[in-house]
Structure formats: structure tokens, C-alpha cells
Design a protein around this ligand. Sequence first.
Ligand code: ACM
Length: 637
Amino acid sequence: MDVQAVSRMRLPSFILAFFALALCLPLFAQTPALIPQPVSVQPLKGSFRLNAQTTIGYSQAAAKPAAEYLATRLKTPTGYRLPIQRQGQIQIRLNTKANPALGAEGYSLEVTPQGVRLSANAAAGLFYGVQTLLQLFPPEIESTTKVKRATWTAPALRITDYPRFAWRGVMLDVSRHFFSKDDVKRYIDRMARYKYNVFHWHLTDDQGWRIEIKSFPKLTQVGGCRVPRYGKYGYHVAPKPGEPATDCGFYTQDDIRDIVAYAAERHITVLPEIDVPGHSMAAIAAYPELSCTKDTSTRVNPGSRFVEWYGNGKFKMLIENSLNPADEQVYQFLDKVFGELATLFPSTYIHVGGDECYHGFWENDPGCQALMQREGLQNTHELQSYFLKRVEKILQAKGKKMIGWDEILEGGLAPEAAVMSWRGLEGGIQAAKLGHPVVMTPNDYVYIDLLQGDPLVEPDQTAYKRVRLQKTYTFEPVPDSVDARWILGGEANLWTEKVYSIRQAEYMSFPRAWATADIYWSPKSAKNWDNFTQRMEQHFQRADAAGCNYARSAYDAIVTAIRQDGKLLAEVTTEIKGLDVFYTLDESLPDRYSPRYTQPVEIPEGPVTMKVITYRNGQPLGKMIALPREELIRRVK
Ligand code: ACM
């Protein structure tokens, strides 16, 4: 209401309006900040208060794990050892008659001052309902130590919720940098809070083979070790002749079973990826006979340069890193490797990579040429397709389905393969039109290894591309032109060339993997950027309580430049609404008393640096970015 409208009101109605507003405020203040956003939330009056006497009930044996998980999660922050029994104030129940609206993963949650009722058709729905219930309590519920707090309340409400997509994944590359079993579990725990259900584990690549294969011990003894290098990955010195490879890391089969079980308890399927026929230098270092050149000097790559990139997806490998598709030994090898994988991983699919495979060595190999002639293969794409069709048969014989990156379309898709579309949406569209299942992971939206803010203030200043949070949030997995039934869902993919620790993995993952949680779970119609950023900010508090790292880059200014009438002008925007930008051009550090940005700023000639910082409500929020004039010139649009 505007000021004049207020002044025209008679006093009593103004006072009434004031009190009405004041009464509503607690309701607004309690609007829960849930990620992913549920299908429907109906606020009720009051709140549920948890205390040391609260009981947790489970109606059937199959509902007990959700009750136990809830009790465990509550115990650390509250210190309460809540009893788990058949009847409780928090009652967790499987529907005896399925509610068709909820499907296999949906749930109904009712919170009232008297108690909590959670129901679902299956255990997964109960688990997701528990995650939602936990998000209703204050952020300190995420604390990893006991919190002193007088009350733990959750707002009363009724939620009906179910996912938009059946495949909601996060990929973690453990080849480029190895992450311990505990790190992986912690990462899976972070995923579970946001209702992800696929942990895509990129286990092998040129820089390390990370899974024990009993039939081929050298895969980890040799392929799991590289020469130690420090500092910026990608710029390292190549292994020197005779240099010992002492930087080792791999998961034993017991570790794998442990992680698979841990994920399963959280309703997460582990999708293993063995990347073939390319990206196989670590395997070739262990078993050079698997390649065309059989070069016994091949070493596991320690992050040194071995590819020439020509743009437009064209490249040349300076060291052979592809398996030889013309050698029967290779198929015998893969039969054993995938055989062991099939016994370790209950997932329906196994990911076989298939991406960025260099064919140059195949083109020069007499065995490959003879095979192509024999099989009538017109080019090396068809040779790769021949290879993948045989791999699909190997997987099928072990009761598994094949999924691969979108290059597996080239030369002809294997009959029953699913496609993971990463070079954009195009591969996914093509596969869906051919009637194949698709998982959408276009790098321009959901590659969470890419820079998320200004390179001047992000950890890696040489990253080749950027995906800001807002761009991720705009991602829509179902293109207009395809039948939505073929789109299983999507992922957020974390490649780790430039991710050196689990803390940095978290920094790269969040909040972008919260945005994708919304995209893959919530109804398309719920999408609302401002609303997401408000929820996100409350989840920053939860992450703080949990000791989980995350990026605040969405608070930073976005600075570009234009030329106008021969002048250089800096333009500043922000991703998040309602921020004030202050700047200096005089070498001093900007604060809220500095000039406030309202329009493009002329940058005078000379050794001038523009320094910008964002504020909100008088408090600094974003990182300060210092842009020398030459940098602004480089940014002219
Ligand atoms: C990929 O990013 N090479 C799948």
C-alpha cells in the first residue's frame, strides 16, 4: 500500500490493518525454506515442538529404517535419544493401500502441534519425507556437535510431494583427484539431504584407475598410482624416466561394497563408470597390450599436458589412451572387468564412458584397418560403434544395461543403450527420437566443475568456461521437441581436474547442486529464481551448521565493459536481486560510503583499477573484485 493510501484511511482501519499484518508475520517468517521445493505445501496454525520426551513410531518393519535414520540425525544436535517404538508422536507409516499420486518416491507429511505424520508408498518416500521434516527444523539441526537451544520447533503444515524425474544424479570424478572412502560417504550424505538418488562414480580415467579388479591387479597397483606433483593441475611436468609413482589411491572391493551399502541406506543407487575405449591411459599404463601401439613406457598421467585441443570438439592425443577395438584380448579384459563390476554394483546400468575417444592410433593400426574391412565399417566412428555394441553384449550377458556419453551415438547407437547428453541437449534429443532413454547433463548448465563467478576471485583463474548459478537454475531437461517419457532425468557433474580436496568439491557443488535438486525434483511450474535464492540463503545457514563448504559467488558483482563514443564504460550487474554495488577508481578499498553503482561508469585513461563490492542492508556480502583497466578492455562486449 502506498503512503497516500494510508493517509486516506481512517485511523481505526489503519490500526486494524497494522494488527492484521502483525498477526500474519509469524506465518510468513515461518514459511519453510525447502530444497527441493515440494509439490504442495499448505501452512497450518502453530508448530510442532521436539523435546527429549518425543517418541518416534513406525507402523511396519519396512518403515523402521526411516525412523532410525531420523533418530540418528536428531541425536547429535539435540542430544535427545528418542525412543523408536510402534506408536509415536512422530509416526512413520507405509501406506497399506498405495496412494497413486505419490508414486514410488513421493510422501505425505503432516506436521501439527500434536505430532507428525509421515506416510509413503515405499521406503524411499519415507526417507525423503524425513529429509523434508529435518529441513523444517532450525539450521542448527545440521550441527555435527550438540547445540544449546531452548526449543526445536517445526512449523505446522501439510506437504504432498513427489519427484518430477526418476533419475536425479550427481557425478564425482575420483580419477583426476582421489577422494577417500570417508570423503565419498560425506559427499553422498550431502546428496541425500537434497533427495538425489543416483551417485555417478567416475572411477577410471587417464589419471588413475580407482577400483580394485581382482582379475587384473595391476589396474590399481600400477594404474592407481602416479608420480607426485603439486600445484596447478594441467601444468605439471610429465613423469620422468624411472621416477617412482608414489601418489596412489584406489578403493578395494570391500570399500566399494561398503559405499554401495551406505548409499543404498540413503536410497541412492551407485552408477559406476569405467571410461572406455578412450580416457584409458591408466589401464594402458598397467597393461600396454590393451592398446594399438603397446607402448610399455606409457605412464599414468599426473596432470601434465597430452592433448592438443583444436576447438569445435577436435583434438589430438599425443599419448595413446584408447583401447584397441581390434584385439580380442580387449574384449576378454572387459568381460572380466564388467563381470566383477556387475557383482559389486546392484544398479541396472553401468556407464561405459565412450567420450572423447581419439581415433588417430586406430587409423594407423593394421589390425583396426583389417577389422574395418572385414566388418564393412566405413570410418572409425563405426569402429567405435562396433566396439560399444560388443561392450553392450558383455553387459547384457551380466544382466546390466549400458549407458554412455553422447559420443556413443556416433557411428550408430548400440541397440538398447541409454545416452548421457553432455555436449549440449542435442545428443539427448537425437537419442530420445530414436526411442532410447536419456539422462541430460549439458555442460553449459550442469557441469559444476566450471567457474561459478568472476575468475579474478574464484579458486581457479584459468578455468575454460563458466556456469553461474543463475544459468544452472534456468536448465530445463525436457526439450520441446521430444517425448518427455524418454528423459529419465539429469545430473550435476563434478570433474575434478581442478578440485583438490573434498572441501573444494563442496565449494564447487553447492549451491549449484541445490539448483539442480530443484530442477530434477520440483514441478516445472514451481521454478522461480528469486524464491530459489531466498531458500538458498537459508540453506547457507544449514551448510554452515553442518560444516559443509559452499560458494557465495552468486553474491559477487558481475562486471563487463562497453565502448561508447570512444570511452570505456564498466557495467555491473548482480545475479541476486536487491544488492547494492559500491566501487572505487582511486586505489582505495570500496565500502558503503564509496560511490554506489547506478549506471555504467566511465573508466578514465591511465593506470586505473576499478574495485567493486556488493552490500545488502549496509553489510558487505560479496567478495571485492579489483579490475585493472586492461582487464576491463578485455571484457568489452
Ligand atoms: C565429458 O565431459 N568428457 C563427458
